[in-house]
Write a protein that binds this ligand. Structure first.
Ligand code: MN
Length: 318
């Protein structure tokens, strides 16, 4: 991160009389907690109140994170006013922004902080690093460089950002994210406490996920698991059915998992996982994308048609 960029960041916060912050639509742990952490940092270090905005749904598991109550649904905020400064975090591409867009378009200055690859950034200033495991990690190192104060709330929020986006460090590719967490733990963060804070799903969600798992079909001598979330089950789900994917992935011999979700009458979500083999090309063939072993797509077609299509693409896969 360039010293010049950080200087602009500080000047813009100092000069702003109105500040709004948002992450991507349907916030995940990193998106939500980096927004709240940044707002808390601005309060602590500049004594300014930033408005925290979201669109879509915040998963129930995040209800207990500190200062969660500060998040305001976009339609309850006057976004037509011109903010002096708008932050947009963890958004990836424009179409993940949702209802916050008018605030970005009307803002006098936009700063983005992101760790997604993005060829079309919107910020007047971009504090992006696609090598970072979470936006929380980028914020941690900004705070460190600028010698900003951080309190227990900030520490816990950054820790939840990192823990959720790295799957409790399973997806960390660099030591820097572990070193950030090491500092946070030395400063009082309790990882076990935060893990329990996130154990907050509604009973019906877990029972639905368990039912979906129990109805899973297996092909290719048990190497391919196909699970289906129908229209009724989809209503009871919180997030993307991660528990289904996690449970099926623990079964001996399962290499590939397909999770089909009836999102709307003619819209089917597809999540693909593998233990070692690349599956992102299959997701791309469905119009989606992702990582080598974790990818997905949203297909505008019925669940039955999409199921047939995906199984076809998996034919020939060992
Ligand atoms: Mn993220």
């Amino acid at each position: 991160m360039k010293a010049e960029s950080l200087k602009i960041l500080v000047e813009k916060i100092k000069g702003a009389r109105s500040i709004a912050i948002a992450g991507h639509k349907n916030p995940d742990g990193d998106s939500l907690c980096s927004v709240l952490a940044l707002a808390q940092l601005i309060k602590l270090n500049f004594n300014k109140d930033a408005i925290c905005v979201y669109d879509g749904n915040i998963p129930d598991m995040l209800d207990n994170v500190p200062t969660r109550e500060k998040m305001k649904y976009f339609s309850h905020v006057d976004l037509s006013r011109k903010f002096d400064l708008v932050f947009v975090l963890d958004y990836g591409t424009k179409n993940h922004i949702g209802g916050f867009m008018p605030a970005i378009e009307g803002a006098k200055f936009v700063i983005e902080i992101d760790h997604h690859k993005n060829d079309n950034p919107m910020g007047d200033l971009c504090l992006n690093d696609d090598k970072s495991a979470a936006v929380g990690e980028i914020i941690f190192y900004i705070v460190k460089k600028l010698n900003w104060l951080r309190d227990e709330t900030v520490n816990n929020l950054i820790a939840v950002s990192i823990l959720t986006d790295t799957g409790f460090f399973r997806y960390s590719r660099k030591g820097s994210v572990l070193r950030a967490m090491a500092t946070l733990v030395d400063d009082g963060v309790d990882i076990d406490y935060l893990a329990n804070l996130l154990n907050n799903k509604p009973r019906k969600t877990i029972l639905t996920e368990a039912a979906v798992v129990s109805r899973t079909e297996f092909f290719n001598h048990g190497r391919l698991a196909v699970a289906t979330i129908d229209a009724n089950d989809y209503k009871n789900l919180d997030g993307r059915g991660e528990t289904v994917l996690s449970l099926l992935g623990q079964i001996k011999g399962v290499e590939y998992i397909i999770l089909l979700k009836h999102q709307k009458e003619k819209q089917t979500g597809v999540s693909l996982r593998s233990k070692t083999q690349p599956i992102n090309e299959i997701a791309e063939a469905l119009g989606g994308g992702g990582h080598k072993c974790a990818a997905g797509a949203v297909v505008q077609d019925s669940l039955e048609n999409v199921r047939a299509k995906v199984l076809d693409l998996f034919r020939g896969v060992k």
